[in-house]
Design a protein around this ligand. Structure first.
Ligand code: SF4
Length: 453
């Protein structure tokens, strides 16, 4: 009988992609995916270290598994990803854990599980060393072998174009757990996307921690966009996340030249205060950040821009926070991801800067900034009413599931525009994975609502 595995995933798109790759590698090795904790032989946990909350959730899950293992001692628990790399042997000493596997060792996970050894660890000892050629080739081979990801949205796939990060923002663990920046060879990326297109994928999202700094033997990210754009069958190309330093304007020109490149830019600012940006080691000022946004809108007038902010960073005064509010008002984002600062062990900010903004103040600033953004999003979304937008349908919306398709002629579906706006409308379920035109009839700050033509 096939052994069953259950997988839980925390964190960013990079982790979602890793989860998909791991799921596919286990299925191809003869395991069966289950969602039933009571029926599983193996529990795989893909972890995130970017925020304390994500790590706390993993620890709480491990606490739960410790109890389960009292009655089912045979269950194998493997923890992989960023937290595994960060905590290494400490995590291995947890009663519930059998395997600890770093992000660069993910291709080995199936073998580790098959080994049937009670405690195993596979991590990079010195992750800041440039990966050896064979490491990159091994990761690339893994990436390309399982390219029709099991739980991707219909007709969509993530494709990693680079790994790691060299920026060392003072609050961030990524450079310590994902290693140095390494771009994948363009020919491998192109071959992979061609395979995806042959398998029916219509939209690819190119992933990198700082995707705009992609560079392989002189070939830039803009060059890559031109190449990916030539692939038949791929209709939309998105990319995340951009870093607001040394931004190559050719990327904006590619958006204008190439109809397949979605006019969507996710570009985290993190703060509007130059003092805080310096303490964060972001390497730009708020004015330089706004220049990039202005340039983007000058070259690509209808571009949709999303941002990220951290509130309550070390030393953030009311005045610093005001500057962040001002930046958000000037930038006119379509949406913003806002986080309360939590120091991460091992980072420079944790080591050198006091976490001196009280939690109550962080919460208050979070609420205030969200309210500022909500107003902007509501206004922007309202401007779509009466217009027709093209949407790639993802499937049933949550409400569609709750309502039940039987009560209405059609379930409620959800899709996204090229600018990443969320659109909800009624339509037949078989539209999932298709492009449809939707007339927008109303809008909230988060969602556009409409009808098929
Ligand atoms: S750019 Fe900064 S925040 Fe982003 S992954 Fe690199 S170090 Fe972390």
């Amino acid at each position: 009988m096939k052994k069953k595995f259950l997988i839980r995933s925390f964190g960013c798109q990079m982790n979602k992609l890793d989860t998909n790759l791991v799921v596919n590698s286990f299925i191809q090795s003869g395991f069966e995916l289950t969602d039933q904790p009571a029926a599983t032989d193996i529990v795989l946990i893909n972890t995130c270290s970017v925020r304390r909350h994500a790590e706390e959730r993993v620890l709480s899950l491990l606490g739960h598994l410790k109890h389960i293992k009292k009655t089912q001692p045979g269950i194998i628990v493997a923890v992989f990803g960023c937290m595994a790399q960060r905590l290494k042997e400490d995590l291995l000493s947890h009663e519930a854990v059998n395997i600890v596997c770093g992000p660069l060792q993910i291709p080995e996970l199936v073998n580790l599980v098959n080994n049937d050894i009670p405690k195993q660890v596979a991590i990079s000892d010195n992750i800041r060393h440039k990966p050896l050629l064979q490491d990159s080739e091994r990761l690339d081979a893994f990436e390309c072998a399982y390219d029709t990801a099991e739980d991707n949205l219909p007709a969509q796939a993530y494709v990693r174009v680079m790994r790691g990060c060299d920026n060392f923002c003072s609050y961030c663990v990524v450079p310590y757990v994902r290693g140095p920046e390494a771009s994948r060879p363009p020919e491998k990326i192109i071959a992979q996307i061609k395979k995806l297109a042959d398998a029916g994928i219509k939209q690819v999202t190119l992933l990198g921690q700082t995707v705009n700094s992609y560079c392989y033997n002189g070939s830039s990210f803009a060059d890559l966009l031109y190449e990916v754009s030539k692939i038949n069958g791929i209709e939309w190309i998105k990319f995340v996340t951009c870093y607001p330093r040394n931004f190559d304007e050719k990327i904006f020109k590619a958006m204008v030249d190439l109809p397949k490149i979605c006019r969507y830019l996710h570009i985290p600012a993190q703060s509007g205060s130059d003092k805080i940006l310096k303490a964060m080691n972001r390497g730009y000022t708020s004015a330089q950040y706004l220049e990039i946004i202005d340039k983007a809108r000058e070259i690509v007038p209808d571009i949709a821009i999303a941002g990220d902010f951290i509130v309550g960073f070390s030393g953030e005064t009311d005045e610093d926070f005001r500057k962040t509010v001002e930046l958000v008002e000037k930038a006119q984002y379509k949406n913003c991801f806002i986080f309360k600062y939590s120091p991460r062990p091992g980072t420079r900010a944790d080591d050198k800067l006091a976490d001196d903004v009280p939690m109550e103040v962080k919460k208050q600033r979070n609420i205030e900034l969200l309210a500022v953004q909500e107003k902007i999003s509501a206004e922007l979304n309202k401007s779509f009413i009466g217009k027709t937008v093209k949407v790639l349908v993802e499937g049933m919306s949550k409400k569609g599931h709750l309502d039940g398709a039987t009560e209405k002629e059609y379930p409620q579906l959800i899709g996204r525009t090229a600018g990443d706006y969320i659109v909800v409308f009624d339509g037949p379920a078989n539209l999932a994975g298709q492009f449809v035109d939707i007339n927008i009839t109303r809008a909230s700050s988060l969602t556009l609502f409409g009808q098929t033509n």
